[in-house]
Ligand binder design. Structure first.
Ligand SMILES: *[C@@H]1O[C@H](CO)[C@@H](O)[C@H](O)[C@H]1NC(C)=O
Ligand SMILES: [Zn+2]
Length: 256
């Protein structure tokens, strides 16, 4: 009896949140005025669709260009070669042409959940790319790295050090994807009320159609589609909601 009641309550909540999402999706993309050349900085092939799909699709909805820099081939299980191709296919589904996708496959930046990447090396490679492509906005993970993966966190650390040491080109800002608690991560659309309640610099909510596109992109990562990934696709909030914050100025950072 109780179980039935709980399921019923969930079903109703789910329906309410889904309708709410359909009503607010697209309109909640805060315009990023003046951004010419945003860059999505990720650690592994599949980060783009598992975590950043709403951001990518939201930018395209606003007719913004986008390029991707992926800092490893995802070679933990020796699938690097396959995964490079999967990244290109997934990006193509999301609307990013192969010419806008760069992959760094460096011996000293191995795909591993327990390896902290060398900050100097990583920052130098990233900075080089930013300068070469004239990037004026970098979108990446925050200090929680969404899943706590060390490689994700390394990207944040590298960007934070470039940002706070003033090495980034004039006018180049950094936007980081908020990591939420485990519980919030796996309640899919039910997290919408909380996401709307808390303040973020940018909040992006995918429409139902955009969510389908994100799923389609994930299906390009055939080598990664173990059973639990299918659960992820269904339950993860990151498949439809991205909340992001700008890295603050040097002075503000020192105070905190
Ligand atoms: C790819 O990048 C170039 C600049 O490097 C940009 O002009 C173009 O719009 C981008 N394409 C897409 C689909 O974002
Ligand atoms: Zn990853």
């Amino acid at each position: 009896m109780l179980a039935v009641a709980v399921v019923a309550v969930f079903a109703v909540l789910w329906w309410v949140c889904s309708s709410w999402r359909d009503a607010v999706s697209g309109r909640t993309v805060v315009l990023l005025p003046g951004v010419r050349a945003p860059l999505l900085l990720i650690a592994h092939p599949d980060d783009e669709c598992m975590f950043f799909a709403p951001t990518i699709l939201g930018l395209f909805q606003e007719q913004r260009p986008l390029s991707v820099l992926c800092c490893s081939a995802g070679n933990y299980y020796n699938q690097g070669e396959i995964r490079k191709k999967e990244l290109l296919h997934s990006c193509a589904v999301l609307g990013i042409p192969p010419s806008n996708v760069t992959l760094i496959d460096h011996r000293d930046l191995p795909d591993s959940p327990t390896v902290k990447w060398d900050e100097c090396l990583l920052s130098a490679l990233i900075l080089n790319h930013i300068q070469e492509k004239n990037i004026d906005l970098v979108i990446t993970f925050d200090e929680g790295g969404v899943s706590g993966h060390y490689n994700h966190i390394s990207l944040y650390r590298a960007m934070r050090s470039l940002h706070s040491s003033g090495k980034l080109p004039e006018g180049c800002s950094v936007l980081v994807l908020e990591s939420v608690s485990m519980l919030r991560t796996y309640v899919s659309v039910l997290d919408l009320p909380l996401s709307c309640f808390f303040h973020h610099d940018v909040l992006i909510i995918s429409s139902g159609r955009q969510y389908q596109r994100a799923k389609e992109a994930m299906l390009q990562h055939q080598s990664q589609l173990l059973w639990f990934r299918h659960l992820y696709l269904f339950f993860s909030r990151y498949m439809m909601i991205n909340s992001l914050n700008f890295l603050q100025d040097k002075t503000a950072e020192k105070e905190s």
